[in-house]
Design a protein around this ligand. Structure first.
Ligand code: FPP
Length: 247
């Protein structure tokens, strides 16, 4: 039986988050520039997006550009921004065909105007779609997001729009850029690195973490199905005992 056929539809995660890592190493192994790796990474983005839409995963969040990535050489940052523009342009039609809604999280005001314009155009065109929500984390870091949330909560308390006693787990979630999106049940990181790297720190509190050695440009549907199958074999206890969960 294929890996896909072994998946149990009712036990698929509603939200999968992915740290797409290893583009630079993949390119280096081929004696090429880092951007060559990023360009090939787009194939993997397409594969996981289409597979998610097809399987009925409701939310897919991809870490495409971190706050820290601004510190990379300007040539790489510029090439990544250009790649975002060209990919969104070429993929909008497929997103519409597959009923995928595009969303972003992160400090997107810091992105170049051309990227913001392309993103806004695609977000607007796909806003009526009801299938998969594809969220690109761009100029995103979890600490940035938490700082923004704390500032907004403090300001609402100061303006008497919120009482301190109302601050709860749920309320903090409502002040994050992922408000309205359930926490990921599964987080995948490729390339053999075992870190969270400032990605969705609050939201990953109870997520299952899956690490694999494959470099992102080589990640294919089968690898994604393997991660989902591994997720389905895990017992999620949320701090309770195994016996309590089975009841
Ligand atoms: C990490 O690999 C990858 C990135 C920082 C960029 C991810 C971008 C893409 C996959 C392409 C465009 C994406 C979309 C959504 C259109 P790395 O460069 O850190 O690799 P390394 O660890 O091997 O150096």
């Amino acid at each position: 039986m294929s890996i896909k056929d072994q998946l149990i539809a009712e036990r698929l995660p509603e939200h999968v988050a992915i740290i797409m890592d290893g583009n630079g190493r993949w390119a280096k192994q081929r004696g090429n520039s880092r951007i060559f790796g990023h360009k090939h990474g787009v194939t993997a983005v397409r594969e996981v997006t289409e597979a998610s839409a097809e399987l009925g995963v409701k939310y897919l969040t991809l870490y495409a550009f971190s706050t820290e990535n601004w510190g990379r050489p300007k040539t790489e940052v510029d090439a990544l921004m250009a790649l975002l523009v060209s990919t969104i342009s070429s993929e909008t039609k497929t997103l519409l065909k597959n009923n995928v809604k595009l969303n972003t999280i992160g400090c997107t005001e810091t992105l170049p105007k051309s990227v913001r314009a392309k993103l806004n155009d695609c977000i607007q065109k796909t806003s009526g779609n009801t299938g998969l929500t594809l969220t690109l984390a761009l100029s995103y870091s979890s600490r940035w997001e938490l700082i923004e949330a704390v500032k907004n909560i403090a300001s609402d308390v100061k303006e008497n729009k919120l009482d301190v006693s109302e601050i709860s787990d749920g309320l903090i979630g409502d002040y994050l850029s992922t408000a309205g999106i359930p926490d990921p049940e599964l987080m995948i990181r490729t390339s053999g690195e075992h870190r969270i790297s400032n990605f969705l720190l609050w939201q990953l509190a109870y997520s299952e973490l899956y690490f694999c050695d494959i470099l992102w440009p080589d990640f294919r549907r089968e690898d994604y199905y393997r991660a989902l199958l591994d997720f389905q074999s895990r017992e999620r206890r949320f701090g309770k005992t195994g016996d309590q969960i089975k009841k």
